[in-house]
Design a protein around this ligand. Structure first.
Ligand code: SF4
Length: 316
């Protein structure tokens, strides 16, 4: 597999007040291969959405680089429009992200209009109908408005809108967390099916570790703006190395009571520190049960401790 996206030491800082800096994304590096799904997990506020938006160029990076097919996303020049077509975003809240005054057909066709992807009105309509069918809706939905659709249907429209411009890469930002539990699996399965059919590459952002396990090839765990662990899916869930990942995984419910009885649940004590003007050292230090002196002094670097398994922790 070739690498489609390379994120190198990415930083996204926001100024807060006069002299404070919020480090939403702080020195994040990873890559995504063509056709792969990289899951990005962490609690809300850990910077995963900011990271996704910066990767796709919705935010300007404070530092570092994002390379898409070897090209710097934040300095594309003439190729910017082309990149906007190749890389799409599916938002968390399908209602807030759809213009209530536009018909579903016009919402789906908006990107096709911008990129001039049809030559006649008839072709435009046909393409919209194709997209609707692709996501499990029917052509009649084209003349409806967002408020006439259910939450799950609206997220299908959000997916159709992203797919209409024939992208290669999609950031799926908590695409199911605003939906009823009964609908969530349907949308995830649709995303998996579309990936297989269309050869898409995904960055799948979620706080739901079991859902990420279901969809991802590799998983990165974020804590307070940094990646603390990243590895192939099964290795991460079966043998988590970072104390934070261990705690997150121990909190997943397992339907089998026998396994459940034997499992150790790691309770996370303490609060997540503020991302504003963070202290040096490991950001997890105030909650970690293995904390050592060095942890409060030196920030642990992400390093490869097993094949393709990276962790940022002084224990390794
Ligand atoms: Fe815990 Fe230290 Fe590892 Fe941070 S670096 S997770 S404080 S052991």
């Amino acid at each position: 597999h070739e690498e489609l996206i390379q994120v190198n030491n990415l930083k996204k800082y926001f100024r807060v007040g006069k002299d404070s800096i919020l480090k939403a994304v702080d020195n994040v590096s990873f890559s995504i291969k063509k056709g792969e799904t990289l899951g990005l997990v962490g609690e809300s506020g850990c910077g995963k959405t900011t990271c996704g938006r910066t990767i796709i160029g919705l935010y300007k990076a404070t530092g570092g680089k994002v390379l898409y097919d070897g090209k710097d996303v934040h300095n594309l020049g003439d190729e910017k429009l082309q990149f906007k077509k190749k890389a799409q975003y599916i938002f968390q809240d399908p209602y807030a992200s759809l213009d209530p005054r536009m018909t579903i057909g016009d919402i789906i066709a908006e990107g096709m209009d911008i990129h001039q992807m049809y030559s006649t009105k008839k072709e435009r309509t046909e393409k919209v109908h194709e997209q609707l069918k692709l996501v499990g809706l029917n052509p009649e939905h084209a003349v409806r408005y967002p408020h006439e659709l259910s939450g799950g249907q609206r997220q299908r429209v959000g997916i159709a809108r992203a797919l209409a411009v024939e992208p290669e890469f999609i950031v799926c930002d908590e695409p199911i967390s605003a939906l009823d539990v009964s609908i969530q699996a349907q949308i995830v399965n649709l995303l998996i099916k579309l990936q297989q059919e269309l050869g898409l590459t995904y960055l799948f952002i979620s706080h739901d570790l079991s859902m990420v396990k279901h969809i991802s090839d590799r998983v990165g765990v974020m804590y307070l703006g940094s990646i603390v662990e990243i590895s192939e899916n099964i290795a991460l869930y079966e043998n988590p190395l970072h104390p934070y990942t261990q705690a997150l995984i121990s909190a997943i419910n397992i339907p089998d009571p026998d396994i459940e009885a034997k499992r150790e649940r790691i309770k996370l004590e303490g609060e997540v520190p503020s991302p504003i003007n963070p202290k040096p050292g490991c950001k997890f230090a105030n909650r970690c049960r293995y904390v050592k002196d060095i942890c409060r002094e030196k920030t642990p670097e992400l390093k490869e401790v097993k094949e393709d398994h990276y962790v940022a922790c002084h224990l390794y």
